[in-house]
Write a protein that binds this ligand. Structure first.
Ligand code: HEC
Length: 399
C-alpha cells in the first residue's frame, strides 16, 4: 500500500470546501463510523469495590469448582473470542495450562465487572437500565462466585471427562470466517519511531467477475512482529494499523454508489451480516480508503492487510436493499433517565426491495447530494440528515 501525501492535503479541514461533496460525505460517513470504543466513557478505576460473591450463596460447594466443569464453559462463551492465538487479548486462554497461571488475574479482572479494566470488556451495569443484549458476554453473579471460588481454591483442573464444551475450531488460528475471497494490500513499512500517520491508500483491485453478496467480512493485519518473546504482547505492540475506514466500488462509480464496510480497528473481530441483508461487493470493485491511521509499535514493522470476504450463495437475493440515508446524527438521541422500557426505532437504512420506500429514499438521497454539494458548514448537514429521517418516517406512516 503506498501512502499518497498529496491526497492527504485534500482532507485537511481547510480544504474541505474545495471538494465539498466527497469531503463532507466522507466526514459524515466517518461520524457514523466512530467506533464505540473510542467514544465510550469508561469509569475511572477506584470508584467502586470489586464484585465479590460467596459460593455458598448460590448453593455452590467451593471445593467442587473445577476448570473443566465450570470455568472452561465461561471462557469459551466470554473470553476466547479475543484470548486466542492472533486475537486481541494479550495471551491465549484456550487450555488449562494457559489459563492456570492467570487464575488470580482472572478473578481480579472479572470482579471489576463494569468499570475500566474489566474482563470481558463490557461496561453495562447490572443494576440499572436495559439488561437484555444479544450475545451478551458479561458474567452473572453466580459465574463470578464460581471464578472466585475456583481461584481461591488453587485453580484445580478437575476431571477431563467434564470437558464437554469445545472452542469453535476456527477461532484458534487465522481466519474466523471462511473467506471465499482474500484480497491483500501491498506491503508497507512503519518505522519504530514514526509519528502517527493518517491518510489515503492506493486503490486495491478486487478480482471479482460477478456481483456477490457478502455474508461476513474480516480484516487481518499480517506483519513481521513476533507473537512471542518480545515481552510486549498488548494490542498496541502487535499491530501498526490503528484503524481503516474503507469502501468498495468499481473505478469511476460515484462514492455514494459504493459499499461501505464496518470500520476496521486494531484487534477487531469479524463482522457478520444478517441473512436478510448481505452487503454487495460489485464486480470489478476496488477497495478505497481515505482514512487509514498508522501508529508505530516501537519497532520497524513490515505489514500488510488481508481482506477476507465470505459470500452468500450465487443465487442469493437480499430481502432488504441498502439505501444510504443518515439516521439522525448519533448525538440527538433522547433517553429519559430512570425510565424502563424506552425504545429507539431508527429505520430508513434498510428498506424492503421493490417497494415505494426504495424509490422515495433514493429520491431523498438525490436531494441529499444536491444539498451536500451546496452547503458548507457541517452542522447544516446534520440538520438535513435529521430532516431526511423525519420525512422518511412520514412517508412510512402515511402508508
Ligand atoms: C473483546 C476482547 C476481549 C475479551 C472478550 C476478553 N478480553 Fe481479556 N483482555 C483483552 C485485552 C485487549 C487485554 C489487554 C488490555 C487490558 O488489560 O485491558 C486483556 C487483558 C486481560 C487480562 C490481564 C492480563 C494481564 O497480564 O494483566 C486478563 C486476566 C484477562 N484479559 C482475562 C479475560 C477473561 C477471563 C475474559 C472472559 C471472562 C476476557 N479476558 C475477555 C481483550 C479481551
Amino acid at each position: 500500500m503506498t501512502m499518497n501525501r498529496a491526497t492527504v492535503d485534500r482532507l485537511i479541514p481547510g480544504a474541505l470546501a474545495s471538494s465539498a461533496v466527497i469531503g463532507i460525505a466522507l466526514a459524515a460517513a466517518a461520524l457514523l463510523c466512530v467506533p464505540a470504543a473510542l467514544t465510550a466513557q469508561g469509569h475511572m478505576p477506584g470508584d467502586h469495590e470489586p464484585h465479590l460473591f460467596a459460593a455458598a450463596d448460590f448453593g455452590i460447594d467451593p471445593t467442587g469448582v473445577t476448570f473443566n466443569k465450570d470455568i472452561w464453559p465461561i471462557l469459551v462463551r466470554s473470553c476466547v473470542n479475543c484470548h486466542r492465538v492472533g486475537g486481541a487479548g494479550p495471551m491465549p486462554l484456550t487450555s488449562y495450562q494457559e489459563v492456570r497461571r492467570y487464575a488470580g488475574r482472572i478473578k481480579a479482572k472479572t470482579a471489576i465487572r463494569d468499570r475500566r479494566g474489566a474482563m470481558p470488556p463490557w461496561y453495562v451495569e447490572k443494576d440499572i437500565g436495559i439488561q437484555q443484549f444479544q450475545q451478551d458476554p458479561s458474567l452473572t453473579d453466580e459465574e463470578l462466585a464460581m471464578i472466585q471460588a475456583w481461584a481461591d481454591n488453587g485453580a484445580p483442573e478437575g476431571d477431563l471427562a467434564d470437558l464437554t464444551v469445545e472452542v469453535d475450531p476456527r477461532s484458534e488460528d487465522g481466519w474466523r470466517i471462511e473467506p471465499d475471497l482474500v484480497v491483500s494490500s501491498a506491503e508497507f513499512l512503519v518505522k519504530g519511531g514514526a509519528a502517527d500517520w493518517w491518510g489515503e491508500i492506493e486503490p486495491i483491485d478486487v478480482p471479482l467477475e460477478q456481483d456477490r453478496y457478502v455474508k461476513a467480512v474480516e480484516i487481518r493485519e499480517v506483519n513481521d512482529v513476533p507473537t512471542q518473546g518480545t515481552g510486549r504482547q498488548t494490542v498496541g505492540s502487535r499491530w501498526v494499523v490503528h484503524h481503516l475506514i474503507y469502501s468498495t466500488r468499481p473505478p469511476g462509480a460515484h462514492l455514494l454508489e459504493g459499499t461501505f464496510w464496518p470500520v476496521h480497528e486494531v484487534g477487531r473481530n469479524p463482522d457478520f451480516f444478517s441473512e436478510e441483508r448481505g452487503r454487495l461487493l460489485k464486480a470489478g470493485s476496488q477497495i478505497t480508503s481515505q482514512s487509514i491511521h498508522l501508529h508505530s509499535n516501537g519497532r520497524d514493522t513490515r505489514s500488510h492487510l488481508e481482506f477476507g470476504f465470505e459470500f452468500f450463495p450465487e443465487d442469493y437475493e437480499p430481502e432488504y436493499e441498502t439505501a444510504r440515508v443518515g439516521l439522525a446524527d448519533g448525538l440527538n438521541i433522547s433517553i429519559v433517565p430512570n425510565r424502563d422500557g424506552q425504545e429507539l426505532h431508527a429505520f430508513g437504512d434498510s428498506v424492503r426491495q421493490g417497494t415505494d420506500e426504495v424509490r422515495v429514499l433514493l429520491e431523498l438521497r438525490r436531494k441529499l447530494e444536491v444539498f451536500v454539494a451546496r452547503s458548507r458548514p457541517l452542522h447544516s448537514i446534520q440538520k438535513l440528515r435529521i430532516k431526511v429521517v423525519l420525512r422518511a418516517l412520514r412517508v412510512a406512516q402515511l402508508r
